[in-house]
Ligand binder design. Structure first.
Ligand code: NAD
Length: 265
């Protein structure tokens, strides 16, 4: 039997790929496609919107009841309504939206006391392996290696630095006892911009249609070690999100990561 899937942010870049991959999957059936009230495609068939066969589920601004699992790739403003819906309907939640405030993160944590939630700033398998690895590399290299994180995304991305770049920094800080986010230096400019020891440089490139590139450079006198992840298409995130959606159904309440989903802890 297919699981009923509700997608929030359904008319967006990620939402459409989720709709298309779910429509072609053995495991899911679209039961709701939610976007903002002002969206020009409201009322249209969500399948046709995603370039596949009609699903007979239209794009709505209200959250239709009856979903087995909800996946949210929208904007931070949706967190309130999405968590409310999931709590009221006892519906597991996969939250992929980034750029959340501390209050919004707290709302997700509160919701996870009642329902199961997977929250991940990057749902690709490769990046989650890198999350697992990056702290070990930083720890082994030691504090004589300057760490700089450079992320690149398309020109329409709203938040900077990316949620993924922040998560990478968080893993490094945890492994090296640095204080996150206090040790971050966002870009450099001016006549007094000398690198300070113990800081992590964060650089956000916004250009064209780049799906997502993250590199972490560890540099000392005489050498550089570079770890790099390149996402070739949004499908890598959408597939990871659907994997998380299948995994979380039937789990007990709690806040889970993609590492839990993938079993790479
Ligand atoms: P997008 O701007 O193309 O799409 C967002 C969609 O959400 C739009 O259709 C917009 O109208 C809708 N939306 C905005 N506010 C809403 C609300 N309050 N309620 C319902 N819908 C709302 O953006 P995108 O590229 O699809 O990315 C969406 C989010 O997912 C971003 O936060 C992005 O950073 C994040 N993202 C996460 C991952 C991951 O693996 N976790 C990967 C890619 C993107």
């Amino acid at each position: 039997m297919k699981h009923k899937l509700l997608i929030v942010g359904a008319a967006g870049r990620m939402g459409k790929r989720l709709l298309a991959l779910a429509a072609n999957s053995e495991s899911f059936k679209i039961s709701g496609a939610v976007d903002i009230e002002e969206h020009q495609d409201l009322g249209k068939d969500s399948g046709l919107l995603a370039g596949c066969e009609a699903t007979e589920v239209s794009l709505t601004s209200g959250y239709p009841s009856g979903a087995d699992v909800t996946v949210d790739f929208s904007q931070p403003g949706a967190v309130d309504l999405t968590t409310d819906y999931c709590i009221k309907n006892k519906c597991p939640l996969v939250m992929g939206t980034t750029g959340l405030s501390e209050d919004q993160k707290q709302e997700i944590e509160n919701a996870s006391k009642i329902i199961p939630v997977v929250y991940a700033t990057n749902m690709s398998v490769g990046m989650n392996v890198l999350f697992n690895l990056v702290g070990n590399v930083a720890g082994m290299l030691g504090d004589d290696y300057d760490v700089e994180i450079i992320e690149q995304h398309h020109r329409l991305k709203k938040d900077a630095p990316s949620g993924t770049a922040l998560t990478l920094a968080e893993h490094i800080c945890k492994a090296t006892n640095q204080k996150f986010p206090d040790c971050l230096v966002h870009g450099r400019q001016g006549k007094d911009a000398l690198r300070e020891k113990g800081t992590i440089g964060m650089h956000a490139v916004r250009a064209g249609d780049i799906t997502g590139v993250h590199s972490i450079a560890f540099t000392t006198l005489g050498e550089m070690v570079e770890l790099k992840h390149t996402a070739h298409s949004r499908d890598t995130f959408a597939r990871g999100a659907l994997r998380a959606a299948g995994w979380i159904i039937g789990k007990k309440s709690g806040l889970y990561s993609m590492a839990d989903v993938l079993g790479i802890k």
